[in-house]
Design a protein. Sequence first.
Length: 203
Amino acid sequence: MIGRLRGIILEKQPPLVLLEAAGVGYEVHMPMTCFYELPETGQEAVIFTHFVVREDAQLLFGFNNKQARTLFRELIKVNGVGPKLALAILSGMSAQQFVNAVEREEPASLVKLPGIGKKTAERLVVEMKDRFKGMHGDLFTPAADLTLAAPAGPTADDAEAEAVAALVALGYKPQEASRMIAKIARSGADSETLIRDALRAAL
């Protein structure tokens, strides 16, 4: 089991990051709430990981802290929730927002996420609330609201195309992803900022 990686970020293609550790490049899928906190390409990062082995693929999921990874691991234990859906959930809302929705028994806020219908949302609230009872109350602490500076880089068209591709990878339909980005698109914004704004607007 690969539980932690420390290395240099070679590429960032939301929601995928390529991290070189000890001469090996690892492709790591990260929820956007964690992706936003990554340093720039060429800098060192420490990522806590969860390794998933399937018949057709071996996938590595990464998180900035153990709390987010713990929540991811609890999510994929819920019937009907796989790694991709758990990734979409943690991309659409922070760990703290998810915990709040469960504790307040608000399945309606979860239905807004891609791939989650009313029944899945209700199941998540019931099952996760039980799981949280066995965890320490300080397992999840509210994360600071991240305000990202928009670095100089790709053109607006490139940034928007990359943002749409990331949303599709997270489970949104192409037309829906394009519509979400079109609503919040503005000149000078990089793809990460567009993705963050689009996901916030969807909730």
